[in-house]
Each structure stands twice: as C-alpha cells, then as structure tokens.
Design a protein around this ligand. Structure first.
Ligand code: ADP
Ligand code: MG
Length: 617
C-alpha cells in the first residue's frame, strides 16, 4: 500500500451537518472533531475578534443571529433571483445581497467591518475545519478529497462545490452523489452476503435535501445507479420551520405577540423546535419551554407527534412520490427492490419510516449503515481508491452513476432541445447538429439549460456560448454541439462549426457565469488571511486567559496565605494589589487588545508577584 497517497479524505458536506473520514489500515475511520463529535454543524460565525466554525458557531447563534451563517449549501451554485433562494432569504436572519454575475453574497460584520462572502467561501471554511481535523488525526497534511453532493444537485451547484473545495486548499478528486456514496458503504458492509445482483433503494432524507437513488450492486462490488430523484429543498429544516410557523400563529392567538419579526426570538424558537422534533421521534408528545421569549412572555407549549406529522404531511407525501418517480424512471417494480436503505438524520422520523414501509408492502427497512456517517464513509472509500490505495475493500469498487437532470440547449421556437437525457450514465458524451434558421445568419447562440420542462426558460439556465458560421441561406450552416459530462456530473460543452468542413470553429469550454478564476484566486488569498487572523486570535485569547488565570491565582494565594502565620507584610500586599489592579485594566478592553500587550501585562505582574509569593511558601 502506498502510505503517502492514503491521506486522501472523504467529506460529506451537509446542509446542516458535515462529516469527514480517512482511510487507515484498510478501513474507514470517521474522525471526531475537537469537541469529540463525529459530525459537525455546517455553521460559520463571525464575531468581534474571530471566526468560529462548527459547534462553536452553532452554540452562539441566538446571541449573534445576523453574523452566524448556516445553509450555505442552500445558496451554493444558485443565482440571486432564484425563487427558492428568495423564499429562503425571508427565513434567514443574516443578510444576502446580489453580487456580480447575479451571485448571492452573504453580508456579515466581522471584526467591526462589513464583509461579503459567497456561499463557496463559507462552505470552504467548513471544509477547512474538516480538513484540519483530518490532518490532526493523521499527523500529516491533507490535499486530496472526495466531496459529496446531493444526487439532485445541478451542474452549477456541483461546480460551485468543487470551487469551494479548491478555495479550502483541497484537490477535489471527485464530486460524488451522496446516495451513491451511501451505496458504497452499504455494498462494503454487505459484500460477503451478495450472491446475485441486488436492487437497493437508498432513501436519504437529511436537514436540507432529499435524494432517492435506485442502485444495483453485483457480487463483484460494481454499483450501478439506475435512476435518481429528489428535491434539493426538502428536509429536516422544512419540518422545523413548519413547527415554528405553527407556534408563531399560536403565540399570536394566545398571547397576542408576534415573534415573526424578532430574529433572536425566532432563532431560539427554531432551535427549540428542532430539539422537540428529535424528541418526537422517540416519544409521542413533548413540551417546549423558552424563558422570556418576547415581551417578557415565557413560552411553554405542548406538541404531539400526531400534530407534528399533520404539519408535515405534504412534505412526507412528497418523499413517497419521489420514490415512486425513481422506481418508474428505472422501470422497476417495487417488488423487485431487495433492500430499502435509510440514510440521513430525518429518516429517524417514525412517520417517514412507516410511509416507506407501507409503500413497500410491509418490507423491513435496512438500518445496517450509519444514518449520519454512511455518506462520508463511502466518499472515503472512493478517495482511497482514486489515490491508488489497494486492498480487499477498494480493489473491486466500480461506480456507474447517472446525470440527475436533462441537459440541452434552447432552440429558435423557445423549446428545450435535450442533448443528454436525465438518468443517462456518466461520464457521457453526446452531440447534436444545429442549423441556422435565418438567411445570412453569421453566428448561432446557444443557451444551455438543465431540467425537465419543455419550454427552455422554465429550466435552470447554466450559461451561453456563441459559434460563428459562414453567411449562407438558412439551414445551410451547421454547428455541432457536444456535451461532455465528466464523472463529477459536471458539464463541459463545445460547439464546432461544420459548414466549411474544417472542424476548427470555436471550442467553448468556459461558458459558465460562475466565479471567475480571478475571484477564486482572491478567495484563496482571503482564506489564507483569515486563517492567519484566526491563529492570531487564538494566540491572543490564550495569553489573555493566562493573564486572567494568573490574577486569579495571585488573589487566591493572597487570601490563602493571609490566613496563615506567614502572612504578607502590608507594603508587599499593597504592591501586589496595585499590580493586579493595573493588569486587570487591560482585561476590560473591548475589542481585544494585542497579544503583546497581554503578554507585557502578564510579565510585569509576574515580575512583581513571583518574588514576593516565593518568600511566603
Ligand atoms: P444533512 O446531510 O442535510 O446536513 P443530516 O443527514 O445530517 O442532514 O440530518 C440532519 C437533520 O436530521 C436535521 O434536520 C436534524 O434535525 C434531523 N434529525 C436528526 N436526528 C433526528 C431525529 N431523531 N428525529 C428527527 N430528525 C432528526
Ligand atoms: Mg446528508
């Protein structure tokens, strides 16, 4: 085994929680972070002094609502005017504005200054934290990573996730679909029991997204995805919000208070609802208590599991509809499904399990793989394979995935001409020739869309490119459009002018209006700058607490020694008390003083107190 190359990591970059794994001794190790947890909230907070990522950020959310960013995954790769994004913005306590190229930018106050960040940058901060946890575990620098995305992510969301990896200083080996990754984990776990091809339905319901994938696993370990379906905006957060909306109305009715405009109160209520939702997965009713939620009103209300299920019944039925769609896309009868595998935190909801079980006529659902870790697990196995690690578990791994949504170009009547159909296996390369539609047309413009609607503009616009053609009567000049989808599910397209037969034409590869290379380079620089700032902040806060500790220490010694026969003389006591007072001044400063100033204060205090105390012990 090539040890050096086995530092590749697998990352599940979730909407609400993220998880990272490394390959060691022929198996996957899911890494605990500095808080001892195996998953980490995908949350970044900006404060007056430093940046917090993960638990630290999530824990202070109610106190710092406008500068604590979560849901970057709901923003990534989307345009500012996207209707779903506009809806989400109404719920987010942080500000999002329109940046260049219609990219949404998150606005925060960081170290007293207003700063704008793209979703790629916020996600890169989460990735850096995971990368660092892996590096600490391995004791080595990590560069290579496989990052997972929802199967239903479109081309721009995939590209943007890859960019986030790049900004985090990672070499993204591959972007892989979350349910496919879970299928790898399942396949490995089951390997010895698979004696024929088995059809497995992976049902992945997380915090932000829902994916369903139908895969076939053969006895050699080849995983072939047959179809995917899902919704990039359906998950646990929607269930939390439904509960929040319900309580907001109840509060209006019962207490005549409106918390919907109070960001802090809403954030506290949302946190409490999320916890109550989890409780309702194991017991059938619970009470939410929040002291002094607004206008001095203490919040205390009951909610039953039945009520929770009622509030979310449309979401739950949507999940079941998606499973049916996936089955029909794969042209498979539900009786032919051998295993239904649950992945994602929200599959712990009993109603979801029951609906799914009913759909499969009472079939037991498989909970063999870890709902929160399976995605990172599979990604880690693939990362090991792609970096040349060998071993029983990785050698036979072969993946054949599909493109989740059709890709095509708009044609003159406004309809979408599909070049690559949804659920086609990837990598895929397809081409179609298009002719001019006017006499003497000198170029053809291609607008590229992804989606299933027949009118082009109803789909997701990915970008455009133009190919020059020689002037001729309509229908005479031709362009060949080639769509090439790589293993990441990312599209590269090109247009070749064919009329002259020279096949030289213009080849366009970079037609997308996402972040330009220049922007990414700047983000990389910024990431480095923020890292240095964070280190400085850590250093400063640690010397500040050393000073605090020392003051505390001296004070308690004065007290303790004061009670003994060796007590200090009056003059020494005064000298020490004056020195403590002086050193304490700097602790009151806000924002933080510099590292050197704390260090100086600490040194001076020690210089005064050490010799005096030494005489008395
Ligand atoms: P993602 O991958 O989208 O970040 P996860 O798969 O980590 O999501 O799942 C997180 C979601 O699962 C959150 O919305 C969380 O509230 C929900 N969740 C976790 N445990 C439970 C539970 N016991 N009952 C209901 N929902 C749960
Ligand atoms: Mg997930």
């Amino acid at each position: 085994m090539n040890r050096k190359s086995c530092t590749a990591i697998g990352i599940d970059l979730g909407t609400t929680y993220s998880c990272v794994g490394v390959w060691q001794n022929d198996q996957v190790e899911i890494i605990s972070n500095d808080q001892g947890n195996r998953t980490m909230p995908s949350c970044v907070a900006f404060t007056n002094g430093g940046r917090l990522i993960g638990e630290g950020a999530k824990n202070q959310i109610a106190m710092n609502t406008t500068n604590t960013i979560y849901d970057a995954k709901r923003l990534i790769g989307r345009r500012f005017n996207d209707t779903k994004l506009q809806e989400d913005m109404k719920l987010w306590p942080f500000d999002v504005i329109k940046g260049s190229n219609n990219i949404p930018m998150i606005v925060v106050t960081y170290n007293g200054e207003k700063k704008e960040f793209s979703a790629e940058e916020i996600s890169s901060m989460v990735l850096i934290k995971l990368k660092e946890a892996a590096e600490k575990f391995l004791g080595k620098t990590v560069r290579d990573a496989v990052i997972t995305v929802p199967a239903y992510f479109d081309d721009s969301q995939r590209q943007a996730t890859k960019d986030a990896g790049h900004v985090a200083g990672l070499n993204v080996l591959q972007i892989i679909n979350e349910p496919t990754s879970a299928a790898i984990a399942y396949g490995l776990d089951m390997k010895n029991d698979i004696v024929r091809d088995i059809n497995v339905l992976i049902f992945d319901l997380g915090g932000g997204t829902f994916d369903v994938s139908l895969v076939t696993i053969d006895k050699k370990g080849t995983i072939t995805v047959k179809a995917v379906a899902g919704d990039t905006h359906l998950g646990g957060q929607d269930f939390d919000n439904a509960m929040v909306d319900y309580f907001v109305e109840e509060l209006k009715r019962k207490h005549s208070i409106d918390v919907s405009v109070n960001k802090k109160a809403l954030s506290r209520l949302r946190g409490a609802c999320e916890r109550a939702k989890r409780v309702l997965s194991s017991i059938i009713d619970t009470t939410i208590d929040i002291e002094s939620l607004q206008d001095g009103v203490d919040f205390s209300m009951r909610i039953s599991r039945a009520k929770f299920e009622k509030l979310n019944e449309d979401f739950f039925s949507k999940c079941i509809e998606m499973v049916e769609k996936c089955l029909s896309d794969a042209e498979m009868n539900k009786r032919n499904i051998d295993e239904v595998v649950l992945v994602g935190g929200s599959t712990r909801i009993p109603k979801v399990q029951q609906l799914l079980k009913d759909l499969f006529q009472g079939k037991e659902l498989s909970k063999k793989i870890h709902a929160d870790e399976a995605v990172a697990y599979g990604a880690t196995v693939l990362a090991a394979k792609l970096t040349g690690c060998t071993g029983k578990k990785v050698d036979n791994l072969v993946l054949i995935d599909v493109v989740p949504l059709s890709l095509g170009v708009a044609i003159h009547d406004g309809s979408l001409s599909v070049i690559v159909k949804r659920n086609s296996s990837i990598p895929a390369k397809k081409e179609i020739n298009y002719c001019t539609v006017y006499d003497n047309q000198d170029s053809i413009t291609f607008n590229v869309y992804q989606g299933e609607r027949s009118r082009a503009i109803d789909n997701n616009w990915l970008g455009k490119f133009e190919v020059a053609v020689p002037c001729a009567p309509k229908g005479k000049s031709k362009v060949r459009v080639v769509f090439d989808i790589d293993a990441n599910g990312i599209l590269n397209c090109s247009g070749v002018e064919l009329t002259t037969g020279l096949k030289r034409g213009i080849i366009i590869t970079n037609y997308k209006e996402r972040l330009s290379t220049r922007n990414i380079e700047k983000m990389l620089d910024d990431a480095h700058k923020y890292k240095l700032q964070d280190e400085e902040y850590k250093k400063t806060t640690s010397v500040r607490s050393a000073l605090e500790d020392y003051i505390y220490d001296v004070k308690s010694k004065i007290k303790k020694i004061g009670k003994t026969t060796k007590t200090f003389n009056k003059k020494d006591l005064e000298i020490m008390e004056t020195a403590i007072e002086k050193a304490s001044e700097i602790l009151k400063e806000s924002p933080l003083a510099d590292f050197d100033e704390y260090q100086k204060a600490l040194n001076q205090l020690e210089k005064v107190c050490l010799p005096i105390i030494a005489q008395h012990v």
